[in-house]
Design a protein around this ligand. Structure first.
Ligand code: UD1
Length: 415
């Protein structure tokens, strides 16, 4: 099992770039099976989660070639509609491919994603959405079997703007009869990227980025080339890593609109920056200010940045309060931060963080992707050496995080 060893105390300086978005790549890769042809995808991050999606696509009968960040997916000979249990377990977000399989085959079989380290991951909203457009679902021995004679558009009101449910319903509706309207849809930028990809492939999707999305069924799709959007959470992570070390960097390949909710909080914490197109020049103050955070669906502050910001606030001046409104159990990483001297108290969905001047190197364990990244940040500022075990969670979602931070002056080694 791999670990990071981080020697703390180095200010980050210099320039680096943001890779393609994990959360945009996964549904777009899934969407390729809707077309009986070839999709070329550029800027796909080379990480564990996209590799798992490649395995799923291959298992369904796609031919996939990877060349660095470029993928060529040939889905002309898809011959399977069942996602195997072991691949579902490897990546819970693999449920996102169900909508595409249904769109192509009108049947799909997959296992229940179950709970994970940040809480239960129910899929009731996905299932309700499927049923509304004519897909029957049956649960049998932990597997969900879906089938439809015809997928017919309808209006779907989501009880909560779930990102995955919105994407899955869009994907299932692409080749349907009629029109599906999703009301209270998730507004995340990754859904806009999915819409752009689908429309370039010949689909008819409107409204992504707003809370009403309309999908008009089409009969046929065409081959497509597409460049994936930058990863807004990776951008936020690198900026926060700079902020925690009191550094100054230039970060390229950002989308300033997508990271605006993160930048607002960094500004409140005392950071300054200048944006030119897709480049940000970013500088941290000597000491960060405490800030309060409430995670909400986009365009609010993203839950995926919650743990990462918590590390910053551990060394800020004053007391900060974080309220986690999206996932029920997303504070597990705070126990590890406490081992490094962080003063954090958890009360239900709220974390109260008393900023202190120092964190101390310790042996800690990553328990999930973003919680793992928060430990990396703490390690960068801690006095002495930090060992982070189980970095497989971090490698799931970040492309070359250690290399990029090292190029800015950090001292991170993998053992
Ligand atoms: C996606 C992102 C993840 C991010 C999350 C919220 C991907 C691959 N993952 O996850 O990084 O943290 O959005 O921005 O894009 N819920 C239900 N029933 C459902 C579906 C969801 O109750 O059927 C609940 C979840 O338990 C959770 C909340 O809704 O509490 C948000 O989940 P959702 O937006 O669906 O997140 P994901 O799509 O799983």
């Amino acid at each position: 099992m791999s670990s990071y060893i981080i020697e703390g105390g180095k200010k980050l300086q210099g320039e680096t770039y943001v890779s393609g978005s994990k959360n945009a790549s996964l549904p777009i890769m899934a969407a390729t099976i809707l077309n009986k042809g070839i999709s070329k995808l550029y800027n796909v991050p080379n990480i564990h989660d996209t590799q798992m999606m490649i395995e799923i696509l291959k298992n369904l009968g796609c031919k996939v070639k990877r060349n660095g960040n470029k993928l060529i997916i040939d889905s002309s000979k898809v011959n399977n509609y069942e996602i195997p249990e072991n691949l579902m377990r490897e990546m819970r977000s693999s449920v996102i491919i169900a909508g595409s399989i249904l769109g192509r085959y009108k049947k799909a079989s997959f296992s229940y994603p179950g709970g994970c380290d940040i809480g239960a991951r129910p899929i009731d909203l996905h299932i309700k959405g499927f049923e509304k457009i004519g897909i029957k679902t049956q649960e049998e021995h932990g597997r969900i079997n879906c089938f439809a004679d015809e997928i017919i558009g309808d209006e779907i009101n989501l009880d909560f703007p779930s990102v995955g449910a919105t994407e899955n319903i869009i994907l299932a509706s692409i080749l349907q009869k009629g029109v599906t309207t999703i009301v209270n849809a998730a507004m995340e930028p990754e859904i806009e990227d999915l819409q752009k990809f689908l429309n370039r492939m010949g689909a008819k999707v409107e409204g992504a980025g707003s809370n009403i999305i309309k999908i008009t069924g089409v009969q046929q799709l065409k081959d497509v080339s597409y460049n994936i959007m930058p990863d807004r959470i990776e951008a936020g992570t690198i900026l926060c890593a700079t902020a925690i070390t009191g550094g100054k960097i230039k970060l390229k390949q950002i989308n300033p609109i997508h990271i605006a909710p993160i930048l607002d909080k960094l500004r409140e914490a005392g950071c300054s920056f200048e944006i030119k197109k897709d480049i940000i020049n970013f500088e941290a103050p000597k000491r960060l200010n405490a800030v309060d955070i409430r995670t909400t669906p986009y365009p609010g502050f993203p839950t995926d940045m919650q743990a990462i910001f918590a590390s910053l606030l551990c060394v800020a001046s004053g007391t900060s309060v974080i309220v986690e409104n999206i996932f029920e159990n997303r504070f597990k990483y705070t126990q590890e931060l406490q081992r490094m001297g962080a003063k954090i108290k958890i009360e239900g969905r709220t974390a109260i963080i008393k900023g202190s001047r120092k964190l101390y190197g310790a042996e800690v364990k990553a328990t999930d992707l973003r919680g793992g990244a928060s430990l990396v940040l703490a390690g960068l500022v801690a006095k002495g050496k930090t060992k982070i075990e189980d970095i497989k969670y971090i490698l799931r979602g970040y492309e070359k995080l250690d290399e990029k931070l090292n190029s800015l002056g950090a001292n991170i080694k993998i053992i």
